[in-house]
Design a binder for this molecule. Structure first.
Ligand SMILES: N=c1c2ncn([C@@H]3O[C@H](COP(=O)(O)OP(=O)(O)OP(=O)(O)O)[C@@H](O)[C@H]3O)c2ncn1[C@@H]1O[C@H](COP(=O)(O)O)[C@@H](O)[C@H]1O
Length: 99
């Protein structure tokens, strides 16, 4: 299988971390990280995007599947940053499971 460049995931993680450290008014990520509902707002988005991903898969429309999965992955990454979970920690956990 060809190696895919997944560096965008690290780049996006770094941008989200930067938004946490340097809040700005017009940032969507900041609006989630600093929401009055706290972590619940991010969890709401993860839940919504999960459902949208499921519906996209059921629709059999691959473009929709990719679009909604990207939304889900993005919001999961915001959740990771909010809770101090690094992508390395996720990768390590996945590697432990490798057979
Ligand atoms: N990758 C993303 C990304 N993917 C999805 N989204 C946002 O996630 C939201 C998805 O929610 P919905 O589908 O429910 O759409 P909505 O109707 O706008 O949602 P509501 O919040 O109004 O409920 C949309 O507002 C999208 O714009 C993203 N927003 C930002 N990024 C990246 O995050 C970085 C930081 O963004 P800012 O914090 O806005 O600077 C940017 O460089 C982007 O690369």
């Amino acid at each position: 299988m060809p190696e895919t460049d997944l560096s965008i995931l690290n780049e996006l993680y770094d941008i989200i971390t930067d938004r946490k450290e340097n809040p700005s008014e017009d940032s969507y990520v900041c609006s989630l990280l600093n929401h009055r509902k706290g972590i619940d707002k991010i969890l709401e988005k993860v839940g919504e995007e999960s459902i949208e991903t499921i519906l996209a898969v059921k629709s059999e429309n691959k473009e929709e599947m990719i679009y909604e999965s990207s939304d889900l992955l993005f919001h999961l990454m915001v959740m990771f940053v909010a809770k101090g979970i690094t992508l390395d920690e996720i990768a390590t956990e996945l590697k432990k499971r490798r057979k």
